[in-house]
Design a protein around this ligand. Structure first.
Ligand SMILES: NC(=O)c1ccc[n+]([C@@H]2O[C@H](COP(=O)([O-])OP(=O)(O)OC[C@H]3O[C@@H](n4cnc5c(N)ncnc54)[C@H](OP(=O)(O)O)[C@@H]3O)[C@@H](O)[C@H]2O)c1
Length: 230
């Protein structure tokens, strides 16, 4: 059969993003000259620029995503979302089934505990909130939407690291806000822990490199990490 009888559709890739890995992937694919669009939920006010095209906002569930994939003639979807973003990942599976498109799942593997780690492994945010002892000075390395579970711990001081400042004041009895992304340098993370006299870290087991420096720093300083599992 002549090759132009069924010309192959040019590849058009949708990266479900919101992570450093997704941004790296978009850069790699765009550098290869591929048609790549990154999709963000729109949670961050000023998202970092991405290579290729960018679209922002929900699709309206799995069916909405399937409709978008068909309407825009995508040929492939890559799920590079955060491992705790479960809904969009489930929607991607369903949407790719509906649209009969290949789905490449590139969500991060969880971190594994290593010798020297003092992890207090918990399954829920409520268990995480109960873990630090009274008078602990806790770094909360969690998104805004996960903080409420800690409000009742009026006996602890919280240092809350957030990418964007909160829209309304937080109702913690004792807290301070660090508007910053996590450093990728364990030395910088350790210096931050020292300067705030941190005794405990609370985070989720997100995996990946971007937020791993705090785990390395905590290991080096012998600080307990309350690790919320997936
Ligand atoms: N969860 C985290 O801890 C975390 C941490 C860092 C970054 N992120 C990033 O932030 C985004 C939202 O996280 P989440 O936990 O709120 O997600 P989620 O609970 O899985 O998704 C909730 C809804 O947000 C929309 N959505 C999520 N990711 C989207 C994307 N990449 N593009 C377009 N719409 C998206 C979808 O709306 P519709 O149903 O309307 O399509 C989805 O049903 C994700 O893209 C994730 O990669 C999340």
């Amino acid at each position: 059969m002549p090759s132009d009888a069924h010309p192959q559709k040019p590849e058009k890739i949708l990266v479900l993003g919101g992570t450093r890995e997704a941004a790296d992937l978009a850069r790699e694919l765009a550098a290869k000259g591929l048609d790549v669009t990154t999709s963000l939920a729109g949670r961050t006010k000023e998202p970092a620029p991405v290579e290729g095209k960018l679209r922002i906002g929900g699709f309206g569930g799995a069916e909405g995503l399937a409709g978008y994939l068909k309407a825009e003639s995508f040929t492939r979807v890559i799920d590079a979302t955060h491992p705790f973003a479960k809904t969009i990942s489930a929607n991607a599976v369903k949407a790719c089934e509906i649209a009969a498109l290949p789905l490449d799942i590139r969500t991060r593997a969880p971190w594994q505990k290593q010798p020297g780690d003092l992890w207090i492994e918990v399954a829920t945010l409520e268990d995480a909130a109960n873990a630090p002892p009274p008078n602990a000075r806790v770094l909360l390395a969690l998104g805004r939407q996960y903080l409420d579970a800690f409000l009742d711990r009026t006996d602890c001081h919280f240092v809350i690291r957030m990418v964007d400042p909160p829209e309304s004041p937080l109702a913690f009895a004792s807290h301070e806000i660090l508007t910053a992304k996590p450093s990728t340098d364990p030395g910088e993370e350790a210096a931050l822990f020292r300067s705030h006299a941190i005794t405990h870290i609370v985070c989720r087991n997100s995996g990946g490199h971007g937020a791993f420096a705090k785990i390395v720093a905590a290991r080096g300083m012998g600080l307990p990490v309350v690790m919320v599992g997936r």
